[in-house]
Design a binder for this molecule. Sequence first.
Ligand SMILES: Cc1cc2nc3c(=O)[nH]c(=O)nc-3n(C[C@H](O)[C@H](O)[C@H](O)COP(=O)(O)OP(=O)(O)OC[C@H]3O[C@@H](n4cnc5c(N)ncnc54)[C@H](O)[C@@H]3O)c2cc1C
Length: 282
Amino acid sequence: MVNSYRPKYLNEALKIRGEKNVIPLAGGTDLMVRFRNISGAIPKFDKPVLFIGHLDELKNIEIENNFVKIGSSTTLTSLLDSENIPSILKSAISNMAAPTIRNIGTIGGNICNASPAGDTLPPLYILDAKIVLSSIDNQRIIPIDKFIIGPGRNDLKDDELLTKILIPNKKFNKEFYKKLGTRKAMALSKISFAGLAEIEDDKIEDIRIAFGAVAPKIVRSRTIEQEIIGHNINEINELSYSIVKEYSEFICPIDDQRSSSIYRKQISIKLLDYFLNNLDNI
Ligand SMILES: Cc1cc2nc3c(=O)[nH]c(=O)nc-3n(C[C@H](O)[C@H](O)[C@H](O)COP(=O)(O)OP(=O)(O)OC[C@H]3O[C@@H](n4cnc5c(N)ncnc54)[C@H](O)[C@@H]3O)c2cc1C
């Protein structure tokens, strides 16, 4: 039985994906753990593996039509090295794992893994990232929050690969990112917070807020953001109590080996409060 495929080109990979029941492997940093075997033995995959991490067509970063277009097999390290990647996404990546994992782990793998603690996700949500899903004869583009449907679940079809991530090339003059883990490196998020804002003459022209690891999916509320937009930053002090209360309804973390639900909830609210009340000096 063939147990792996290593295509030379993307088209070949898409053809194999359409014809065979395979599991795509980009960097393998999630998959090697998911399919780990007894110590010393090679991982036990339940399907043939389709290697895609080496495909040049999936590894470029370019600016086109006011979008940053990132190939799905771009490594986390390459994203950190690129001047075209939004700094809030870089802040999240520089807090992920350690250089060894970042050298092989990819952005596409982090997205497809669909973990509520996936660290690229909160920045990608607030950057309004879109996902390009390709099969041999079709392509669809969907917002990232529609692609991720639950913990470990995404909207990828059996014949598709995630090929590109599109990020609108919009600038913000305020940003704040914070990840809390058990230690500084090699630790998954207990909670993460990403905030972006555009402030002009003390008025909030745009604001975007996302929380990671506090619910089955990343928490972002466009409705609450719209309620904040248009206010002057010195009005936020009065409003922050009700804003925090509204977000609290969406923040429903679990207890697990990394943290307690109470800690996660309290800290996420503190981070939100800090962001809202420091828009003038972050
Ligand atoms: C020690 C360690 C520390 C870690 N620390 C962190 C951390 O701090 N934060 C964090 O968020 N993650 C962390 N991770 C998880 C992991 O490194 C990241 O999620 C990484 O980005 C996964 O990328 P990958 O290319 O290795 O994915 P892979 O393992 O290759 O794939 C992951 C999943 O995505 C699918 N997939 C990959 N690419 C595609 C594609 N183009 N199209 C369709 N499906 C695809 C695979 O089939 C698989 O289901 C850590 C992992 C380890 C082992």
